[in-house]
Ligand binder design. Sequence first.
Ligand code: NAD
Length: 498
Amino acid sequence: MTLTKADWQARAAALCPETRMFIDGEFVPALSGATFPTINPATGEVIAEVARGNADDVDRAVTAARRAFRDGRWSRLDPRDRMDVLQRFAGLVEAHAEDFALLDTLDMGKPISDMLAIDVPGAVSNLCFFAEVVDKMEGAVTNTTPQALHYILNQPLGVCGIVVPWNYPLMMAAWKLGPALATGNSVVLKPAEQSPLSALLLARLFMEAGGPAGVLNVVTGHGEETGKPLALHMGVDKIAFTGSTEVGKLMFVYSGQSNMKRVTTECGGKSPHIVLADCDDLDTAAATAVSAIFGNQGEVCSAGSRMLVERSIHDDFVARFTAVAATAHQPGDPLDPETTMGPLVTAEQQERVLRYVDIGRKEGARLAFGGAVPAGLNAGCYVEPTLFTGVSNRMRIAQEEIFGPVATIIPVDGADHAIELANDTIYGLAASIWTSDIKTAHRFARDVEAGIVWVNAYEAGDATTPWGGFKQSGNGRDKCLEALTQYTQTKSVWIDLR
Ligand code: NAD
């Protein structure tokens, strides 16, 4: 049955989400008793008061996770049994697709149709991918002297702290839980304070799937109050972080200030989206470019926010982009299944984006469309899809991550110039080129400083394709088999045979 806007509104009105933290197999309030409101950015209304964790709650969760890891209830579980739990977990997430859709849409404003088409399937396929590899991971026997048997064990790290952002609350958590749990670690998950609700449902479903108590814990609260003590905790072996570059850098500092825990980061971006004159399908390129920057309200780490368009087709491309944008992603009520763009996550984020619109104007870029709060949507944190043309790559709107629906188009003179500008950024997450020349495509793939490269596509990929950045976009890789190595450590074992 396809739910209508009225159905979703009725469900939202009846919602009674879990708001306590999940520690050692139980939902518990913060030790201090404190709470914080989580707010629906489409209406400004408080959805719920959520437990506000601090260092004491973090310590409690880490202690439970450590105990669970040490006694082997998960870390030394028969791999087939661990696999069964993770497969059941993935199945339960899928079965609760509508519940997750409602929670994340209310918490952070993305269209409910995106949740059902992108976020939930993305989370489920990732959990399935890592569930399937549990009994297929192998060590190695090295070819050392015949006087010894030497083998390599890949063992779980212990307690992994997972800190995630609000733009894909469920999916970002699932991307990290998959490899962390598949390899036998215990986890303390810290969702963003803007979007804590879906993580609590995840925890419940892990238990329902047969996951032992203490293996997956969720601590809710603010970054400084819960994320920081988690990253500073001496009992945490690794921090897997997704979020801003600014906070990602702090994770390395916290590691150095505590126990040199491993740190992997997935951070911000200002991804170049190149369209060359030899692109043989400008309509598809323009339509793809619109979704690449306005999808998920532009709150996407890999958003194609910096379009580099060859001068000879620049005006034509701008016209096509503008025509598609006029209907493709228009702000509306995210609970309406027809809506393709919701509000931004918070009033602060809305202000930040509008501030960048001002900056762009003052820098001398031309505001081609948008740039304001859409008429009739003043109660929510909405911003119109916005395009700046006449942008230079040195402008702040071309260099800084805006994290909202603000596109910039920069004219370029050929492939070499495009690649040069593509790399002229502190970031290196994603990059795309539209060309019909195979040599240009491969040269771009070789030379562009980005962890994810598309040719004649954008945002393509699945659980098998590595996700992560170069430069200040971070050092981690989510999805893909390589992610497993980030949650294990290598043990070298020498058996003397003489
Ligand atoms: P953020 O860095 O503000 O917060 C991310 C998480 O870190 C949250 O859980 C937050 O509570 C926590 N945090 C904040 N300050 C902290 C501190 N001092 N110590 C410990 N934890 C702290 O990011 P955000 O605003 O939630 O998310 C948007 C950012 O995430 C963007 O920069 C975006 O590009 C990035 N992102 C990257 C990827 C990727 O895969 N590369 C994916 C999604 C989002």
